[in-house]
Design a protein. Structure first.
Length: 624
């Protein structure tokens, strides 16, 4: 019987011999076990997650092999029983933060069971695992912290990042999500309390795209926080210093990116919730396989919805006028991605850019407004306003008469009934996208959009809204309307998976564009008939396959892929291959049982050969 003596080090115990031995690790990435060899050639095993030892669904024979027999209740559970128990325990929690903590504990105690539940109950559990609940979890992170998960790298660690990264026990990390906590979900600078974001984001990479959980690394940078109340909180677990300067952060990130690449040459790096994400994206996008989901992922997923919305209107792109309320990194990222789509539809860049009017806290973004514009706003600053300045959203709407109204402002209810009614007056099917999260900060509700446009709007939001039944004033017909949700989860898992599987050296703009374009093609006929512009979220793993395939094809077209054999596959063959590479939590126990059985058979054969060798040697000695 073989069991771990010390987790995280290479000391193991062979209980049949009663002594400890030090072993050399040899891990096959395709396997779910660690394989170790002694000097005598004997192999020992260990699943990548220590908590996988204690899955109550394991058979008695597997428990005996893993050394857990007697350490968990004797009767093996079916998944249905496990699910019933977990959902009953979850129902006992009265608040979302309690449910979040319960699911986090389950993820650490039984990772495969956690992902079985997440995959099967994605619609119900995602709001608890990620937004909106993760926002409260981050605000209270130092209060609810229970144990290590992910890595924290401090500004005081500069100069030693490469050696500290060696402490991460998993030798084959495929993707990391990095934040400095400086702009967590519009909640401000939360410092290291932002760790909930990388953890939650990577849980979605695993649940939606099947990236193996042991191949993910949540990473939070402790570069100080500009929020005084957090620095003074006695429970706060980060450094109590103000935010480092942009130059200091750049130098720190340079060292970090080099260290990550040195240890894991194929790693995909996603930046998340940085207050000023543009400099790092510009600096690293051509050196590493990295992307920023706030800019590129958001832009891609909204572009996918806009493509379908424009098709529904029947109006060509060049005739659309888009007003964006919110000109931060997300707003500009979305607008630039839609510009890219318009260019693909035959417009010049200047023609495409002229279709956009951005509004910030000071009004319409113009080149002669009198203030110094942030670099990322200059691209969309208007020059044809004839000296006029429009200070409010109402003024801009009246001036532009938009066909598309986008909200990325975090100002709840700013799309008033009056504005919505004007859009319905000017357009047969106004496109209305209030994208701010959570729902309390959504620029308008789905109900308000349907009522004030008499059911004619094409709607998508950042937060989910329930279906709404409405009787039209114009024709008297009663209909149930379904809200689209422009959730980044439709694209970022597929971007990550496609980049990993193709072994791409960069995440190019064409790969980002391909993800949004793929999303626009992923609707089923039934979803189209329901008036949706995004797929049903329950099909997220199927959507991720389509997105990953298109990302791979884009990588191949730009020659940034390194797994060249994929170029010979048809799209159907590539989809099948991608599905075969995706982690399936339901299959884990069966795979582990099979691998343990194979390994046990090999060990028996090795022992038998050695026994016959000893017999032959003994016979020779007798003859002598």
């Amino acid at each position: 019987m073989l069991v771990v003596v010390e987790t995280g080090v290479q000391h193991w115990q062979d209980r049949s011999q009663g002594h400890s031995i030090v072993l050399e690790e040899v891990r096959d990435k395709k396997k779910r076990i660690f394989s170790f060899s002694t000097e005598s050639g004997q192999k020992l095993i260990h699943p990548p997650f220590a908590n996988s030892h204690y899955d109550t669904a394991q058979s008695i024979s597997l428990r005996k092999f893993l050394g857990t027999h007697g350490l968990i209740p004797p009767r093996p559970d079916t998944y249905e029983i496990q699910k019933k128990r977990c959902l009953a325990q979850l129902a006992l929690k009265s608040t979302n933060i309690e449910k979040y903590t319960y699911l986090a504990t389950l993820r650490k105690n039984n990772v495969h069971l956690f992902y079985r539940l997440l995959v099967d109950h994605f619609t119900e559990l995602t709001p608890l695992v990620y937004t909106p609940t993760v926002g409260e979890a981050c605000q209270r992170w130092s209060e609810i912290y229970q144990g290590p998960e992910g890595m924290y790298l401090s500004f005081e660690d500069r100069g030693n990042l490469a050696s500290i990264i060696q402490n991460w026990p998993e030798p084959h990390v495929e993707i990391t999500v990095i934040t400095d906590g400086s702009r967590i979900l519009g909640l401000g600078d939360l410092g290291i309390n932002g760790m909930g974001i990388p953890i939650g984001k990577l849980a979605l990479y695993t649940g939606c795209a099947g990236i193996r959980p042991e191949g993910t690394l949540p990473l939070t940078l402790d570069l100080g926080t500009s929020t005084k109340s957090i620095r003074e909180d006695p429970l706060y677990m980060g450094s109590r210093r103000d935010k480092v300067t942009p130059q200091e952060e750049q130098e720190f990130l340079d060292e970090l990116m080099s260290a990550l690449k040195a240890r894991w040459p194929d790693i995909v790096i996603q930046f998340e919730d940085f207050k000023n994400p543009f400099p790092s994206l510009k600096r690293y996008r051509n050196k590493y396989a990295m992307f920023n989901d706030d800019i590129q992922g958001t832009g891609s997923v909204i572009m996918g919805g806009v493509i379908n919305a424009i098709k529904r209107t029947g109006i060509p792109p060049r005739e659309h006028r888009a007003v964006f309320f919110g000109a931060g990194s997300a707003g500009v990222g979305v607008a630039k991605q839609i510009v890219d789509y318009f260019i693909h539809e035959g417009m010049t860049e200047d023609e495409a850019r002229s279709c956009f009017w951005l509004v910030d806290t000071k009004g319409l973004v113009t080149s002669d407004r009198g203030d110094t514009l942030a670099d990322h706003k200059v691209y969309f600053s208007r020059t044809n306003n004839q000296g006029q300045q429009f200070r409010t959203l109402d003024d801009v709407v009246d001036y532009v008469k938009p066909t598309i109204l986008m909200g990325l402002s975090t100002q709840g209810g700013v799309f008033t009934g009056e504005i919505l009614e004007k859009l319905a007056k000017w357009n047969q099917q106004p496109i209305i996208f209030p994208l701010s999260n959570p729902s309390s900060k959504s620029e308008c509700t789905f109900e308000a959009a349907v009522r004030h446009t008499d059911g004619r709007c094409i709607f998508a939001s950042g937060s989910p809204f329930p279906p709404y039944t409405y009787t039209s004033k114009s024709n008297g017909k009663t209909k149930t309307y379904y809200a689209g949700q422009g959730n980044n989860v439709f694209v970022f898992p597929g971007i990550g998976l496609g980049t990993i599987l193709s072994k791409s050296i960069r995440v190019t703009q064409s790969m980002i564009y391909a993800s949004g374009d793929a999303l626009s093609t992923a609707l089923t006929q039934e979803e189209f008939d329901r008036g949706l512009i995004y797929p049903d979220i329950t099909r997220i793993r199927s959507v991720s396959v389509v997105v990953a395939r298109c990302v791979i094809r884009a990588a191949q077209a730009e020659n940034v892929d390194r797994l060249l054999s994929l170029r010979d596959l048809t799209d159907e063959q590539l989809d099948h291959w991608i599905r075969g590479k995706m982690y399936d939590p339901h299959a884990e126990i069966g795979h582990l049982e099979g691998e343990v059985a194979d390994l046990a058979s090999q060990m028996r054969e090795t022992s038998l050969k050695k026994a016959w060798t000893r017999v032959e040697v003994t016979e020779k000695e007798i003859k002598l």
